[in-house]
Every structure is written in C-alpha cells, then in structure tokens.
Design a protein around this ligand. Sequence first.
Ligand code: COS
Length: 380
Amino acid sequence: MDYFLTEDQMALRDLVRQIAVEKVKPVAAQHDRDGTFPWDLVKIFAEAGLFSACVPENYGGMGLGIMELTIITEELSKACGGIALSVAASSLGMFPMLIGGTEELKQHYLPTLAAGKKLAAFCLTEPGAGSDAGAMKTRAEKKGDEYILNGTKVFITNGSVADVFTVIAVTDPSRGARGTAAFVVEKSFPGFKVGKEEDKMGIRASSTAEIIFEDCRVPAKNLLGREGEGFMIAMKTLDKSRPGVAAQALGIAQGAFDLALDYAKTRVQFGHPIISLQAVQFMLADMATAIESARALLYLAARNVDAGEKNIGKVSAMCKLLASDVAMKVTTDAVQIFGGYGYMRDYPIEKYMRDAKITQIYEGTNQIQRMVIARSLTRD
Ligand code: COS
C-alpha cells in the first residue's frame, strides 16, 4: 500500500528495517528470556540517530516529527516490541521538555538525550493514580531556589536505565489538576532512588521500575512551564506520544502476521500447506485488513500531530485504541495459526502475543482512550 512517504521517510524506514532484521531480531528472544536491557543495541540506535528524530536541529536533533518516530517504532517493534521501547520511551521523556522547557533547559538536556548518550523517562503514574492521573500525591514544595519532591512513581518505562526524568508532582493540593507542576529530575539529584524493577509478562527487554523521591532536591530552574501547568503538560505529552504506542502495536501485529503467513505456507496438514485451507485464508485476510486499517489511521494521526492540528487528542487516542486492539487480535490469531507450536516458547510467536497486551494498557488504558474520544465528541 502506498502511504505517500517522502524519499527521506522511505530511506529512514529502510535503514531501521535493516537494523531491526540484522541486529534486533537475532537477540530478541534472549533479552525476552533474561529480561535484560539491550545496551548494545541502544548504542547502535544512537549511532543511527534514532533518539534524535523528534528533537529540533538547534538542540542536536534531526528536527523530524512524530511520523518519523512512528516509522522507527513500527520497524523496530516488528522485531521486538520491548527493545523498540528504549527509543520510544526516551522520546516520551523528552516531550514535556519540548512542550514546557526554557531555552536554557532545552540547551542543557536535549543534545545529550538526542545523541542517545543518556536516556529519558516520563513519571506520571503512581500506586493510587493510574487511569485517574489527576489523583497523584507526589509533592513538590518550593524552598528557596529549589523544589523538594516526596512521593513514589510506578511502572516507569526506562525507569532503571534513564538518567533524566520528567516528573509531574503536586505543588498545591487544594487545586487538583491545576495544582500540579512538571519538573526535570536527574538520577544524580540527592533524594532520588530507583525502587523495585518489575518482572513483566511481555516487553521484557524494557525496564519498568518504581521511582522514589525522598526529600529529592530539584533546582527551581528545572520547572517546566509554570506551577499549575503540570497536568496540562502531561496531557499534551500523551497526545503526542500515543501514536508511538500505536506504532509499537502495529509493528508487533505486522511482525506476528509475517511469521504466521510464512508458517501457513510451509506447515503441511491434510496433505497440503495449511494456507490452502479457506479457514486459514480468511483469518489471514482479516488480519491483513485490520493491520492496514490501523496503519492508515496511525499515519493520519502522526501527520495531524506534525501539522500542528488542534485537538490532536482525539485522533491520537483513536489510533492507539485501534492499533492496540488490532495487535491483540492479530497476535492471538497468529498463535492460533501456529497451533500447538504457537503456544511453545521454542517458537517466536507467543512473545508477540505477550508483548501486544501492554499496548492496550499503558499511556492510558483503551477504556481511557474511549473516554478521551467521547469527551472530544461531546465537546465538539
Ligand atoms: N491537553 C491540554 N489540557 C488538557 C488535556 C489535553 N489533552 N486534557 C485535559 N486537559 C486539562 C483540562 O482542560 C483541565 O484543565 P482546566 O482545569 O484548566 O479546565 C485539566 O487538564 C483536567 O482535565 P480533566 O478534567 O479532563 O481531567 P480528568 O481528571 O477528568 O481526567 C483523563 C482526564 C482521564 C483523560 C486523564 O486523567 C488521563 O489521560 N488518564 C490516563 C493517564 C494515562 O494515560 N496514564 C498513563 C501513564 S503515562 S505513560
């Protein structure tokens, strides 16, 4: 299908596809089994400039957009949805800086992050504030020219491997979501601690950890935007980042589909390859159709975000909702086509099903995406 990619976008896609096939695919199963973070691959991604896609050129980036990040994430996720997340989650951590950072702050942090020399992470979720992000309790109190942070963030992607964290915390508990602020916090700041590293069902090559602030001292100049704007910055961040989750889901779906199609052509039952059976053909037809519909909506959403369209929240939520549901269905059907072998860890297909599940949950569950879409419909 022709999605009207530019020459440069096609060149980027081909480059990342090559890295995915040659470097990521051979080690994906090992990282999944051991739950280890792919530091060697991070170096390769950094050399290829993948961490810099969404960073403007004056901060050392390629000055590209969400469309290019989508291409990168989709291609890497075809090989491994967990390994792909190292790039996507670092971009997520950088978005609040791009949205609310001062010139000085952006000059200070973005070049190193764009070069992939350090990784970033985004801290919003708390034990008691998941879908209800506004219920966060992490406190930030101003004392002189510092903010003192206390609280715990959970399920932080890149949590144990990042050096730079964008953190949303409460500055005025009496004002709800309007009493929050966003900060850039370095791992080296006093009072910063990495807590429990999670042992997950899927995306096991990605780090997911608890982040603890115990009288953590953050310079006041690391405030993003103004006090009161934290929740708004978080929501704007998610509007930009949800296509990234859709891209991850799409890549996972495509990777599983490609394997299932190949398997159906070679697996012989009843004297013929199973692809000659209409039951299998119809499954593959439905899978291919669902994947292309998810891709079409995702590319539209990414282009809308890059064009600076208003109300990107709706289309961004729509593409994440569709692509992640497609990923779950397609990977489940791919396991079905593999039959008993599909259920075995010796074969690569069950990993895709495990990796797919998180895309329906994080950066807002699909129930929250429906809420965002419905609110937009009623408001418009
Ligand atoms: N862009 C800018 N501002 C936004 C916004 C957006 N997309 N969405 C909401 N806001 C603003 C609202 O305008 C409102 O501001 P005012 O008080 O000034 O009017 C404020 O933020 C609060 O918004 P709202 O009342 O809609 O908040 P709710 O508590 O009802 O919840 C949802 C909003 C459910 C959408 C939000 O909590 C959410 O996205 N939850 C999921 C969180 C998530 O995705 N977590 C994943 C972890 S991050 S990897």
